[in-house]
Ligand binder design. Structure first.
Ligand code: SF4
Length: 407
């Protein structure tokens, strides 16, 4: 597409229909000026071209946050607790295995495993956990550790990123989730206090290394804090550039900042902002096959509508959620509800894995699966404290050493 910021919305729409790529300037014109229904139609056309069969996919997995103890202290986060907090927790291996048992009973085959940057959880703990999971459940998948967690572990272990990724793969890591990207612009990251956990280049660098190591990953964007529309677009173009190089991203997921109980505060972006952002992402990210709907932040109704604004996937049935809930959003959809929303929108619902291979139709049509009317939490009792396994590893923080010595 010609790099001409004076092109009209109609001219750009025609160029998009002809398959031309958006530039930062034409993307800006569309994001700021195109009517919402037009953005939706263009994004839906791309979705239809890439997924002509009318199939909308979803995955049954469980979102497990193994620890809420974190030294990063991002201003938008309501989930973390500082080192030494009486409300801090780290799950034990047995607790995680029980969660896997329950996930399997509900038809799931994967954990999305992410947590805080806990200085008292070393690389060996992750390796032992991953090996333990693979020994007990050889076919179960570990979609684990976002780029900032990989960076945190590499700093603790004083090893290069690639060495950490290789060791985690050897222990059983299957893929890396795209969390911690927020907005990949360092001005924004400094304000949100997430520059130190990972700069934009560092986040992208971990993904480049992961792709080079043969892992597939997802990409995300959390918008609606302090960024400008241009910075959202810069984020999308940086992802597109890396995807051009590696082709390693399976999907893109965007959601709005959830402000409750955070240091940053503020208000949540609207549903129209979400749909416009999703649609422009579908148009800019022409080299991504899959875009997920974020019903967990937008609710089932906007989640369903997102299928008309570029999304071809309803994301995860999730089973458990702790991070978004801590910031005030509490939507729950079990497989039955996810499928009801997909089919009611006129699509065919199919279960998939992280690689977007279709596994089959809804599991509840094959066998009895218990209804799940509420998402589980990390600890059913809400109790704090470390799992007993951590006793076997050296703590780095003074508070962590004290706890382990007292046992
Ligand atoms: S977003 Fe993640 S890294 Fe940032 S404070 Fe929360 S748990 Fe820590």
């Amino acid at each position: 597409m010609s790099d001409n910021s004076s092109m009209s919305v109609d001219a750009i729409a025609t160029a998009i229909r002809a398959g031309e790529r958006l530039t930062p300037e034409t993307a800006r014109t569309m994001y700021l000026d195109a009517p919402t229904p037009l953005l939706g139609r263009l994004a839906d056309d791309v979705r239809r071209r890439k997924h002509p069969g009318g199939v909308v996919t979803y995955i049954i997995d469980r979102n497990v946050n193994y620890t809420n103890v974190c030294v990063a202290r991002c201003k938008f986060c309501a989930f973390y607790r500082p080192v030494g907090s009486a409300e801090g927790y780290t799950l034990g291996f047995d607790e995680i295995y029980e969660k896997i048992d329950e996930t399997i009973r509900l038809g799931g085959g994967q954990l999305l495993l992410q947590g805080g940057h806990n200085p008292d959880v070393p690389l060996a703990w992750y390796e032992d956990l991953f090996r333990g999971v693979k020994q007990r459940y050889p076919d179960f998948r570990l979609h684990a550790l976002s780029p900032p967690e990989v960076i945190h572990i590499s700093r603790l272990a004083q090893l290069p990123i690639r060495a950490v990724i290789d060791r985690l793969i050897a222990a059983g890591l299957d893929s890396i989730p795209g969390g911690g990207a927020e907005i990949l612009v360092d001005r924004v990251r400094r304000i949100l206090n997430c520059y130190n956990k990972a700069t934009a280049d560092e986040w992208l660098g971990v993904m480049r290394e992961a792709h080079a190591a043969g892992l597939r990953t997802t990409a995300t964007m959390m918008y609606g804090t302090v960024e400008t529309p241009e910075e959202r677009l810069e984020h999308l173009f940086r992802l597109r550039e890396l995807q051009d190089d590696t082709g390693g991203f399976t999907a893109f997921i965007t959601w709005s900042y959830q402000p409750s109980h955070t240091e940053l505060g503020g208000t949540e972006a609207t549903g129209v902002d979400y749909l416009r952002t999703l649609a422009i992402a579908r148009l800019v990210l022409d080299n991504f096959d899959n875009l997920q709907s974020s019903w967990v932040t937008q609710g089932g109704k906007v989640g369903q509508l997102s299928l008309a604004y570029g999304a071809n996937d309803m994301g995860s049935v999730m089973i458990e959620e702790n991070v978004v809930r801590a910031a005030g959003a509490e939507y729950c959809m079990d497989e039955f509800e996810v499928v009801r929303n997909i089919e009611n929108a006129g699509f065919v619902a199919k279960r998939r894995n992280m690689h977007y291979d279709v596994l089959g139709g809804p599991i509840f049509r094959e066998r009895d699966v218990p209804r799940m009317l509420e998402l589980a939490v990390a600890r059913a009792t809400g109790a704090a404290g470390e799992g007993a396994d951590l006793q076997n590893y050296e703590a780095r923080s003074a508070a962590g050493r004290k706890v382990r010595e007292a046992r």
